[in-house]
Design a protein around this ligand. Structure first.
Ligand SMILES: [Zn+2]
Length: 597
């Protein structure tokens, strides 16, 4: 056993694993904490059920404090179980604990549900007077925002009917989509003879250096999708029809309204943002032409879109840690210290190994417990950016947990990816300053440009596609595969113009995208977060350390206000028509650097 000081990780971050014991010592302790949390939720129910209609500010503050305490117990036990499972999905003890947690969360949720419903049932004047009371200042936004869907609630028996039929209606269609797209396998030869490939496995080849392999992978994908597209279109048509029907009952005029309410964003702000993105499609087209020239091609084909330019050098874990901490330190010693605590406290699990989950995440755990980062470090430059990204989430969780309650620490979807993207930019800028290997620099810059495009431009194309599909369905048109293909190609041609040739099979590109099925208009939040981050970064470039102080305040504010109010003190005014200009200037600057050869 080595101490933290002398420990040197091997290749692929060998030995860099979590120590979960300070969080919870054993599965038995986790089960005991879970049971205690559920018991406390039941006590809460017997104490408060039926009282919210006449509750005083002092009583409500006490109730919220109790809810926050329960939330912390359940989150801590639940996170511990899921963290254990993430590092070894095959261990039966881990799976048993996870299953127990999932059941326990349902029990606790059932016991606590009355509270939200009674809060929603309050007349607006009463609720707003309570939310404005000084005793409730810490959770005022939580209380107000919980009611944002209240004007669109139906009567209790109606809501119950909708909820009761959900598993046999919406969820059943979503499950069918999931079953088709996750079990679809296409034989494909990536060099080791034909092997069955899932959709994801085929898509992974779009970044392969071998052009022919990229082409064959996409063609195989579209050929494989084609026989499924009528069924997939019918799934989508049914879901869109169901959403429009319930919108009508609830009184939503616009199919995007519920998404905007969830994101706490103004519909006009979102529309202006999407128009600004579309007005800059030419920037993407300029890059596609430059990229064709770099690759020595007349014009890019769809399978060249993500073709790699340059290869990043190898990076071992300790160097990656040093790069991330140095880049954070240039911004603020505070966030560098927060990152350092992740490593020193063994709250980063970076070693890839059998049974461990793929990908990367940062688990917030609980307001009274520190966050944990999981990733699979493979000694590549990309892993440095992933590490920065997850630690960006980590600094958000750690700073907001210090200042906010368990109920108010988390931001919604619109801002959740801002600190992570901001952290990536800090590390990216540091690498541009310090990296001397020309090939690595080029790979980094191209990946940044294309990552921005995939987020800002592509996700806007997806949202426009959805808008048109909903409009067509609303006008009485059944969404067949052919009609969806036409809408899809229209939305995509606006973006690619004639700078990328779209193969015939691309007309089925809509068919496997899970966001359309799970949550309508989900993708514009990615656009919002990315452009917001670029706008914040532009402020940082201008103001330096003065900005860093305000940014730390923003992180510490967590979800205690709506996005527009959280961003205003940072100089990002969502209601100004030119709010996104700085973001596009930054993207243009990146394209200019990438074009230099
Ligand atoms: Zn993230």
């Amino acid at each position: 056993m080595t101490t933290a000081e002398t420990f040197v990780p091997g290749p692929n971050a060998e030995g860099v694993r979590w120590d979960l014991t300070p969080l919870i010592a054993s599965a038995e302790d986790a089960q005991a904490l879970l049971d205690a949390g559920i018991a406390r939720a039941r006590t809460f129910e017997s104490r408060y059920r039926g009282t919210v209609a006449t509750i005083t500010p002092v009583e409500l503050a006490a109730a919220l404090a109790e809810l926050a305490a329960i939330e912390n117990m359940l989150s801590r036990a639940g996170s511990y179980a899921h963290l254990r499972e993430a590092t070894d999905v095959t261990d039966p003890e881990n799976r048993d604990l996870s299953a127990a947690v999932d059941r326990g969360m349902v029990d606790a949720g059932n016991a606590l549900r009355f509270f939200d419903l009674e809060w929603l049932a309050l007349p607006e004047e009463v609720a707003s007077e309570l939310a404005n009371a000084p005793e409730l200042a810490a959770d005022a936004h939580y209380l107000r925002s919980a009611r944002r869907l209240a004007p669109f609630m139906l009567t209790e028996p109606e809501e119950r009917m909708l909820a009761e039929r959900e598993p046999a209606a919406v969820s059943a269609w979503q499950a069918l989509f999931g079953r088709i797209t996750s079990t679809l396998q296409m034989p494909f030869d990536a060099g080791q003879g034909p092997q069955p490939h899932t959709i994801d496995r085929l898509l992974a080849h779009v970044r392969d250096p071998d052009r022919d392999l990229r082409r064959r992978a996409l063609e195989t994908l579209f050929d494989g999708l084609e026989p499924e597209t009528e069924t997939l279109a019918q799934v989508y048509d049914t879901l869109v029809g169901d959403r429009l029907a319930t919108d009508k009952l609830r009184g939503h005029a616009d199919p995007m309204e519920r998404t905007h309410l969830h994101n706490e964003l103004d519909g006009a702000v979102v529309e202006r943002m999407m128009e600004a993105v579309e007005a800059h499609y030419a920037l993407a087209q300029r890059w596609f032409q430059a990229k064709a020239a770099i690759l020595g091609l007349e014009r890019l084909e769809l399978w060249d879109q993500y073709a790699p330019i340059g290869t990043g050098r190898g990076v071992e874990f300790l160097e990656a840690r040093g790069l991330v901490e140095a880049s954070f330190g240039q911004f603020s010693s505070r966030i560098a210290a927060v990152a350092d605590e992740f490593f020193a406290g063994r709250r980063v699990d970076a070693e890839p190994r059998a049974g461990k989950r793929g990908g990367a995440f940062c688990a917030p755990v609980a307001q009274d417990a520190p966050a944990f980062v999981l990733m699979n470090f493979t000694d590549q430059m990309n892993d440095v950016m992933t590490l920065a990204h997850e630690l960006g989430h980590g600094m958000h969780f750690m700073l907001s947990a210090e200042r906010q309650t368990a109920l108010s620490m988390h931001t919604g979807l619109a801002l959740a990816e801002v600190p992570s993207t901001f952290a990536e930019l800090l590390t990216f800028d540091h690498l541009l300053e310090t990296e001397t290997d020309a090939d690595t620099r080029r790979a980094l810059i191209c990946e940044r440009v294309e990552g921005s495009f995939a987020t800002v431009f592509r996700q806007t194309v997806l949202a426009r596609y959805e808008q048109r599909a909903y409009a067509a369905r609303k006008a009485g048109t059944t969404l067949t595969a052919e009609r969806l293909s036409d809408i899809w190609l229209d939305a995509n041609r606006a973006y690619y113009g004639d700078t990328i040739a779209l193969p015939d099979g691309y007309r089925f590109g809509w068919s496997y995208i899970p966001h359309f099925i799970s949550t309508r208009f989900y993708t514009y939040a990615y656009v919002f977060a990315h452009l917001t981050t670029l706008a914040l970064y532009a402020q940082y470039r201008e103001q330096g350390h003065a900005f860093a102080e305000r940014y730390l305040e923003f992180l510490a504010a967590g979800g205690s206000q709506a996005p527009a109010d959280l961003l205003a003190p940072l100089g990002v005014d969502l209601f100004r028509p030119d709010v996104w200009d700085a973001g596009f200037q930054e993207m243009t600057r990146m394209v200019e650097i990438a074009e230099r050869r």
